[in-house]
Design a protein around this ligand. Structure first.
Ligand SMILES: NC(=O)c1ccc[n+]([C@@H]2O[C@H](COP(=O)([O-])OP(=O)(O)OC[C@H]3O[C@@H](n4cnc5c(N)ncnc54)[C@H](OP(=O)(O)O)[C@@H]3O)[C@@H](O)[C@H]2O)c1
Length: 364
């Protein structure tokens, strides 16, 4: 039944996976990961066995890795050396927040049949035996499956939640977005443009040109080529109305210091701090009073009610040609550590994913 099967008699199958080999002190290295066998079992009653075709790579995976020091990691540390690396929400409570998109191989759940496309699963492995309740059936063609981890999946939905529930950007406002060429940044910046804002990105490498030339941002600060503070002074001489921050650290501080009266700091993520042993102290609070600022964090898990609205809106934007997106696809599970390291070093060119397998329909 399972193409990768080596021990069909026992009902379990080899299932290449990646586990944590070491607790990184900063940005992980290739030696902090190792290939292993996670095994997969035939589905029991109510369960589904699926093969992941794409796995999402997210900066928050780093937060879940163990800390090299005895004390609990300040920003996470949910798994230990020897554990399989995890993708998506951990533990998984809703399939929208899972780490994989794939194809059902075998099912003992009435809602799923072989050949169905699903979102689900969390380990860095190809085969997943999952309760049907933790799978979402995807109504898509195979060619669109990737979008379920990107423009129609969690990253763009995170952007939508931050824009709708927190930023509430107004036409003519100055909107600054960090990690502008990343999975969430590409989406949030375009949403702000559609809302009528003047959009300034902050990114490194060729992404700074990409978001202006291909996504229509008004400008982008290349943080590896110019000090962010000086560039913000040049591009936002009257200050910033909304900073949608994905990275924390000194980029966040530079934006915070330039918020106008009634400005909003939307705290979406802290990708620039996930490799540090301690959380950054954060900005001082006196300007919050003086400038009547709002600082608000949000987590996508609290906004699942918005998902149908988001899907409908995104479908409309794409039909109207208003939205573009790109993926940075690594080939093969063995390249997943490199893909995560690239994201943490800012070398991803778009939404990072790993292609784990081809569809059974491809004969592979
Ligand atoms: N609030 C929520 O519900 C929620 C849900 C999911 C994810 N998130 C968070 O949202 C953020 C963006 O996630 P994503 O998936 O879209 O990642 P991403 O933007 O595709 O990749 C992370 C980017 O962060 C930037 N970065 C890394 N280290 C940095 C540093 N030291 N200083 C400044 N920038 C740095 C890099 O962009 P440049 O090099 O181009 O600047 C890198 O490409 C992450 O912090 C993530 O944890 C939040």
């Amino acid at each position: 039944m399972i193409a990768d099967a080596t021990d069909a008699a026992s009902g379990s199958f080899t299932n290449p996976a990646i586990r944590v080999a070491g607790a990184p002190g900063g940005i992980p290295e290739a030696s902090d990961f190792e290939l292993c066998d996670a095994q997969a079992t035939e589905p029991g009653p109510g369960e589904v066995l699926f093969r992941s075709l794409y796995m999402s790579i997210d900066p928050a995976m780093r937060r879940k890795m163990p800390s090299p020091v005895e004390a609990p990691a300040p920003l996470g540390g949910q798994i230990a050396v020897g554990d399989i690396m995890v993708a998506g929400q951990t533990p998984l409570e809703h399939p929208l927040f899972a780490g994989h998109a794939g194809e059902v191989i075998a099912s003992r759940h009435p809602d799923f049949a072989p050949g169905d496309f699903v979102r689900g699963g969390s380990g860095w492995q190809t085969l997943h035996t999952s309760p049907g309740e933790l799978l979402m059936k995807l109504d898509c063609e195979r060619s669109e499956l990737l979008d379920e981890l990107g423009i129609l999946g969690q990253p763009a939905f995170v952007a939508w939640c931050g824009m709708e529930r927190v930023a509430q950007v107004q036409p003519g406002e100055t909107f600054v977005i960090s990690a502008a060429g990343g999975a969430i940044g590409m989406a949030a910046g375009q949403m702000a443009k559609i809302a009528g804002a003047r959009v300034i990105g902050i990114a490194s490498g060729e992404k700074a040109d990409f978001v202006v030339n291909e996504l229509g941002f008004d400008a982008c600060i290349a943080r590896d080529r110019e000090p962010v503070e000086a560039a913000l002074d040049r591009l936002c001489p009257d200050g910033i109305d909304v900073c949608f921050d994905n990275v924390g650290g000194n980029v966040q501080r530079a934006c915070f210091d330039r918020l106008r009266d009634f400005g909003r700091l939307v705290v979406c993520g802290m990708a620039g701090e996930y490799n540090a042993p301690e959380a950054d102290a954060g900005p001082p609070l006196r300007p919050v009073l003086r400038k009547r600022l709002t600082i608000k964090g949000f987590v996508v898990y609290d906004h699942i009610d918005l998902y149908p609205v988001f899907r409908e809106r995104m479908a409309g934007w794409r039909r109207d040609g208003l939205f573009r997106y790109r993926y940075d696809i690594a080939e093969g599970l063995e390249n997943a550590p490199g893909a995560l390291i690239a994201v943490l070093e800012g070398r991803n060119r778009g939404k990072a994913v790993v292609r784990l397998a081809r569809s059974a329909h491809d004969g592979l």
